[in-house]
Design a protein around this ligand. Structure first.
Ligand code: ATP
Ligand code: MG
Length: 349
């Protein structure tokens, strides 16, 4: 539920590549909402690999400090250097940690041919964002039999419970109210066993709040298989970090272009919208980046803050443009430029 605010302070971090082409589009879309939301106050902020190359830092302290003063933010994309670069680490990964954005939420939704029809794919992947193999504790040993590498996989009750609670909340707010817990506890009975058991225990700790959510569970391999064969069976899926990463990219493939898929990184006190795509160096500067993933990320961010109706307005405008099919960027088979697609969407907002 939206808390009363007189203005909405929104940090904008376009960062690298097409991030600089699509984040301004999201800004325009938010501005077009007019008085439907508290007056937006945008704060332009720097981060990224290109900034690192210019200045030696990928995430300046000023950016972090300014973000802490914002209500929410939109992040564009960071280029990933093809080789390890000394002194560089990803600013988005750092921001997720610093702002404690423990959930990565990715709705994957296909646009139905008409507004009355059901979309073929309409699901949300809720990915734990802070642990699992992403604690990046790896070691390499030289043994008599050659090299041996190990990685630590961390699963805690605390992180599993908070991601589980977020997933139940999302499921409870959707018409189907169905949650699938993804794991591999037949093999990893201790780590995945703890994840599964902890998520399952969430309703018990919430005194009836989630009683109407139907719970299913599935092994990650069979989940990928069924996702491709019958995506319509899924509503909300919750998974540990690595499975969630793989599932959410796989799910994105079901709806065509990466240029359509939004996400938010969410914690208890902050939410940051981020298109799922990367910096797309192959199309950078050509003016043909699809702005839809960013605009939908802005919608998702607003929805998360409790502004459901304005978020719907953004999503509806986007759906109409996709459905109409005449003004689209090349990734969707069209011939239009980013700015033409943006203009078409703004007109409908
Ligand atoms: P990065 O290392 O930053 O992830 P990448 O080379 O993996 O860069 P992605 O951004 O992940 O590139 O994109 C993968 C492919 O999808 C590229 O061919 C890219 O052009 C295309 N693509 C991604 N986002 C968009 C978009 N918004 N509009 C059009 N095409 C896109
Ligand atoms: Mg990529």
């Amino acid at each position: 539920v939206a808390t009363a605010r007189s203005s909405l302070k929104i940090g904008l971090v376009p960062a690298d590549g097409i991030g600089r082409e699509v984040i301004p589009a999201a800004r325009l879309a938010i501005e077009a909402l007019g008085s439907d939301i508290p007056k937006p106050q945008f704060v332009d902020l720097l981060a990224g690999f290109e900034l690192f190359q210019r200045s030696g830092t990928a995430l300046p302290d000023e950016t972090v400090d300014a973000l802490k003063e914002c209500d929410c933010a939109l992040f564009g994309a960071v280029s990933s250097p093809s080789r390890r670069v000394t002194g560089y680490s990803s600013p988005i990964v750092a921001l997720r940690k610093i702002l404690d954005l423990y959930a990565n939420i990715r709705p994957v939704l296909s646009v139905a041919p008409t507004p009355d029809e059901k979309p073929k794919v309409d699901l949300i992947v809720v990915r734990e964002n802070t642990e699992c193999l992403y604690v990046k504790q790896e070691e390499l040993k030289h043994t008599e039999n050659g090299r041996e590498a190990r990685a630590t996989r961390l699963i805690t009750e605390r992180a599993s419970r908070r991601i589980g609670t977020m997933a139940f909340e999302l499921a409870a707010a959707r018409p189907r109210k169905h949650l699938t817990i993804i794991h591999k506890s037949n093999v990893l009975s201790v780590t995945d066993g703890l994840f599964r058991e902890t998520v399952r225990s969430v309703p018990r700790l919430n005194e009836g709040r989630f009683d109407d959510v139907q719970i299913a569970e599935q092994l990650v391999d069979s989940a990928v298989y069924r996702l491709f064969r019958e995506p319509q069976i899924y509503d909300v899926m919750v998974a540990p970090n690595l499975y969630g990463d793989i599932l959410s990219d796989a799910a994105a493939a079901l709806v065509g272009s990466l240029g359509l898929v939004p996400s938010v990184n969410a914690g208890d006190n902050f939410v940051m919208g981020e298109p799922v795509h990367g910096s797309a160096p192959d199309i950078e500067g050509k003016g043909i980046a699809n702005p839809i993933a960013s605009i939908r990320s802005a919608a998702l961010m607003l929805r998360h803050l409790g502004y459901a109706a304005p978020a719907d307005r953004l999503d509806k405008a986007v759906d109409e443009v996709v459905r109409q099919g005449t003004v689209l960027t090349p990734d969707l088979g069209g011939k239009s430029k980013t700015e033409e697609v943006v203009a078409e969407i703004l007109k409908r907002i």
